[in-house]
Ligand binder design. Structure first.
Ligand code: SER
Length: 316
């Protein structure tokens, strides 16, 4: 059977880049991008889908004979705190809608993005293991723990082949994150290439797990393409990239921009970050589907600066 993939949340930070990567890999006609509205630079097949509406998801799945769904729609950690009940409703309801459609329409594989936000005060902060105690401090984190458990439930009870990874903070030049606690690590590069002062909402020493977008996308496709019997963790896999603090990223950027200025004005996002791991133990992912990140902080910095310089030269 031909692979036909539905991406829900195709306009987001991950969705935009993943849609393009899937188009390159499986053919542009085999990827159905969807979101609340069509993205400005969206290419290929697009459907307007509000994932709160299960009938609409089903309609698109049937129409395009979808065999895989990547469900990327969610409200992230920081924005989620502005309206916890709405965030819970959206994050959990959309996911249950996707799982139900996957079950009734026999969708072969489903991808669910989880996050380092599942960890809270009960988990050790360094090299946090896959099976650490999960007591998240944000509604986003609670919804992701819940989502991971629903993923495993649908796998065990109905045989729906759901696969999931816990993304660290994702750094990329192609798209902007929105409403997350790790967003600073993207914004900082924009400010550096524009020669602007950066105001950081985390403390200088707030280390968090991070990953370059190319590594994150590769991990996503690798976990989805791994043989089913290799996927031993059916809640979600820890995924490691690198780990750094604002102070460390500033030091790297100053190698290229020695005059780069930064102020620290920690806000509520510092409290969120303090409950998250500083670094991640991803040995299960390495063992089960051979995960290995490629980018370190210096290669991320070089790539971000070069790509953003090009982008701004084109548009300014
Ligand atoms: N990067 C996300 C956030 O900061 C975590 O999944 O909310």
């Amino acid at each position: 059977m031909e692979t036909k993939i539905l991406v829900i949340g195709a306009n987001g930070q991950v969705g935009r880049v993943l849609t393009k990567a899937l188009q390159d890999r499986y053919g542009i006609e085999n990827i159905i991008a969807s979101d609340l509205q069509k993205g400005e630079d969206s290419e290929g097949v697009f459907e307007v889908v509000d994932a709160m509406n299960i009938d609409r998801i089903k309609e698109v799945v049937v129409k395009h004979r979808i065999t895989q769904i990547y469900h990327l729609a969610a409200i992230l950690s920081a924005r989620g705190e502005e309206n916890p009940l709405k965030t819970w409703n959206i994050n959990v309801k959309t996911w249950l809608n996707v799982l139900e459609v996957a079950r009734t329409e026999q969708v072969k594989k489903v991808f669910y993005p989880s996050s380092i936000a599942v960890f809270g005060r009960g988990a050790s902060k360094n090299n946090t293991p896959n099976d650490a105690y999960l007591d998240p401090s944000t509604v986003y984190g609670i919804s992701k723990v819940d989502g991971e458990n629903w993923a495993q439930y649908y796998y065990l009870k109905y045989g729906v082949d759901v696969r999931s990874i816990r993304y660290p903070g994702i750094i990329g030049y192609q798209s902007l994150p929105g409403g997350g606690t790790t967003d600073y690590a993207v914004d900082i590069y924009h400010k550096a290439v524009l020669n602007e002062t950066f105001t950081c909402f985390l403390k200088e020493d707030a280390a968090l797990p991070m990953i370059f977008i190319d590594d994150a996308i590769r991990a996503t496709i690798e976990v989805m393409e791994a043989p089913a019997e290799n996927i031993k963790v059916r809640t979600s896999y820890n995924l490691g990239g690198i780990s750094f603090s604002p102070g460390e990223i500033v030091a790297e950027i100053r190698e290229l921009y020695p005059e780069f200025k930064v102020n620290y004005k920690p806000d509520f996002r510092q409290d969120i970050a303090e409950n998250w791991p500083k670094s991640i133990d991803d040995s299960e992912a390495r063992m089960d589907w051979s995960w290995k990140p490629k980018y370190d902080l210096w290669s991320i910095t070089e790539t971000m600066v070069n790509k953003l310089k090009k982008q701004y030269e084109l548009t300014i």
